[in-house]
Ligand binder design. Sequence first.
Ligand SMILES: [Zn+2]
Length: 400
Amino acid sequence: MLSRHVTNDISAYCHGELSSEESKQFAEHLISCVRCRTKFEEVKLGIKLAEQLPQLSAPDYLWRNLEPLLAKQTEAASASDSVSWSWQLKAAAAVVLLLLSGLAAFLVYNARKPVRGPVIASGASFWRVTRLDGTPRIGSEQIANNGQLGVGEWLETDGSSRAQIAVGSIGNVDIDENTRVRLLQTEPTEHRLELARGKMSARIWAPPRLFFVDTPSAVAADLGCAYTLEVDDHGGSLLRVTSGWVALELADRESIVPAGAACETQPGIGPGTPYYEDAPPVFREALRKIDFKHDASALTALLDQARPRDTLTLWHLLARVNGEDRIRVYEKLAAFVPPPPGVTREGVLQLDQQMLDTWKNQLESSWTSGSVKGVPKPIKDAYWKVKSGLSRRLKEMAPK
Ligand SMILES: [Zn+2]
């Protein structure tokens, strides 16, 4: 990890202006530095905004409010109270920014769909592919030793072939036998692969949420990690994380999976609840019934078998069971790790997101045994940071 912060390099990184060695050092620093990571998420959000916002005219009322302020600003320049008017102008500008970032967050959020068409970036975009075994194919062409996978192209292996993909400068993906993957997008701010079937292993040394894999039943978002992802013929998938964190998402359902844990996904349902792979078989079977067969009667067996580190599963289950069952999950979880100050039983049972997150932050230390501490910020978290940062700046600008 670099000893200095890398906030000055964020723009260069996002525009692909750093060398591959510099990019790697930048990424490694971001994985372990909350301060730089937060800044990076803000900048990335801004870039998303610029890319995705349609051209819109500002609403009339904004101009009606701004114009008198501008006029007063001119008058005030000679009347020596320019400070307060300049504050109001800045405040108005901040409100406009806030509206824009809200719209951006909305657009980004709605863009999180499991499968979509390829995005053609400006300029040449491809990943290098190395043959490991047999004769992998890109489109209809067999590759000898090396090949190039362009945006929109499929890489396919049969029962006796394997390949390795270099994901820009941020990592490698090994493609197992009988696997079909497509490159959807490769840009400094987002790399996206589609896994239609088969198995892949990813090792990514990128900042969180830069590398995504679309499967038929969820999107895997890399949070700085190594993992395997397997898709069966029915579109279900199994994620197993070996280091760092991965988020599995479908619409507003999200599972955060740390090293040592696994998570299944099913078409039409999305991600199931994450569990540690060393959990008792009875616990895991009960969880499958709750997640995918809507069989809440399995909850008794699950709670009986739960161990202290299974708070990972229990925390996720809070929002996935109802009524009396949620109370039982709450009580089991609270018996292992009592909720921290500010987190109330009533709030948790009503699924107050802030309270759930506060409790999760406390639980995380028992979920991670590796070097990566703290959950990296998803884009929606970054949005709230931008928002609270703006209100803080507004207060700083206000006349004393
Ligand atoms: Zn830093």
